[in-house]
Design a protein around this ligand. Structure first.
Ligand code: ATP
Ligand code: MG
Length: 416
């Protein structure tokens, strides 16, 4: 069975159907041919991140010609998806599933200025990424540096940004900004306060002059992981800001590219895509687009899910709290993968969504039946009337997102 499409070659094997707690032979595939907006939800430890990993593995196993025209882009705020590069350490789990252990060639980017922190793990964390300070608006800066627009520092900042841009255009570094602050006639305590804040921004390592530009990391055929955990050095508002900028840039570039493709097609020409289709993965999505408050990533993500189908942009998100996710995003999803949820706001958010589409029994009915082990889910798609019970398949590569258990250290001491 293929959920959300009918092209067998361009679908991914996500698991097998179950009935009560019995696993059936029927394989379930998910369509990758059309763009999709997929939400994976469930309470803690029910297998959401693992499911995202399965979808990533399947995308990377599409036929070569399809893969060459798409990029998988993982915004990895927890730093757990690098382990796609390592074969599963539990190959026995794969018996009966018709798959073999495998490792996947992904490129992992980290904030370029934090290279030293990543030195010990450079085998799996490959390249630095960076941002030009000019990519941030004055408002972005005020948000990042936590400055109120009525503060004198805000006036000084907007003045020096304007001066620096007049002099250097888009190509300036943090050092140019600090120099302009030092040269300013503003009082020394305002200048010093602003310089201290910019010093902090330097420690995030994203304004380095040595890495790859954030919009240059997406090329067809690649699978890219952006490690925004930044070895713990990136505050949360920096992560959502980076995600917002990235999502907006990808959206704009891909939309333009789509228009170019359409023009060529009208003229009867075949043109190779210069900017690939994108499958964006976002774990813990409610932190990037929360309901109730606004993050810099909220509007770019809403735009992505609302308008992404025409240019060929897909989104796979996971969240423990669908009820805490901006409702404009949940309402645009065409596919829901629902792991076990407890009663309350989160079940209700998903239940509302299901009954809106299917007029079926309430979510609680399904949640009473779902087995307690991780990996069980109900999958539904707008195009079909059915809600399909699926046990998600084991991972071919290692899932680094499981719990750290104390016993691991016991084994370590015993063997040393
Ligand atoms: N389909 C599956 N088959 C076998 N084991 C699974 C499956 N899905 C998850 N697991 C196991 O369950 C554990 C929890 O999975 P995972 O980390 O994906 O949960 P999660 O829902 O993302 O949790 P959290 O909300 O804490 O992020 C992991 O150890 C993982 O290996
Ligand atoms: Mg998780």
């Amino acid at each position: 069975m293929i959920i959300g499409g009918d092209n067998e070659e361009l679908a991914g094997y996500i698991g097998r159907q179950f009935e009560s707690d019995e696993l059936l032979q029927e394989q379930v595939h998910l369509d990758f041919n059309a763009p999709h907006m997929i939400t994976v939800c469930g309470k803690r430890g029910t297998g959401k991140s693992h499911t995202l990993g399965v979808l990533m593995e399947e995308l990377m196993q599409l036929p070569r010609a399809a893969r060459d025209n798409l990029t998988g882009l993982v915004v990895d705020a927890m730093g757990i998806y690098w382990s796609l590069q390592v074969e599963t350490r539990e190959p026995d789990l794969l018996a009966d599933w018709d798959i073999s252990p495998d490792d996947f060639p992904v490129t992992v980017y980290y904030p370029a200025g934090l290279e030293e922190k990543y030195e010990d793990v450079s085998e799996y964390f490959h390249e630095g990424f960076e941002l030009y300070p000019s990519e941030l608006s004055v408002d972005d800066w005020l948000y990042l540096l936590d400055i109120d627009e009525t503060q004198a520092q805000a006036g000084l900042l907007s003045e020096v940004i304007e001066l620096t841009e007049d002099e250097f255009g888009s190509f300036y570094g943090l050092g140019d900004l600090t120099q302009k602050i030092e040269e300013s006639d503003e009082s020394s305590n305002v200048k010093e306060a602003l310089l201290r804040r910019l010093e902090k921004a330097k420690s995030w390592g994203i304004f380095s002059a040595s890495g790859s530009r954030i919009d240059e990391i997406v090329t067809g055929g690649d699978f890219v992981i952006l490690d925004l955990s930044g070895a713990g050095a990136l505050p949360w508002n920096v992560r959502t800001m980076l995600t917002g900028i990235l999502v907006r840039k990808m959206y704009n570039q891909r939309s333009f590219e789509r228009s170019r493709e359409e023009v060529s097609r009208i003229k009867g020409q075949f043109s190779e895509s210069e900017f690939p289709l994108i499958w964006l993965f976002l774990d813990e999505a409610h932190l990037f687009a929360p309901s109730g408050s606004k993050e810099p990533s909220t509007e770019p993500l809403v735009e992505w899910v609302r308008q992404g189908r025409r240019p060929g942009l897909s989104l796979v998100m996971a969240t423990q709290q669908p009820g805490a996710l901006d409702s404009r995003i949940l309402s645009q999803c065409d596919t829901l993968i629902i792991h076990r949820l407890t009663a309350g706001k989160d079940s209700e958010a998903v239940g509302d969504r299901i009954s809106e589409l299917h007029n079926t029994r309430q979510i609680s009915h399904y949640m009473e039946q779902i087995p307690k082990d991780p990996g069980y889910a109900y999958v539904m798609n707008d195009d079909s009337e059915k809600i399909v019970p699926v046990k998600i398949r084991p991972r071919q590569s290692w899932h680094a997102g499981g719990s750290a258990k104390l016993e691991e250290y016991l084994n370590l001491t015993e063997s040393s």
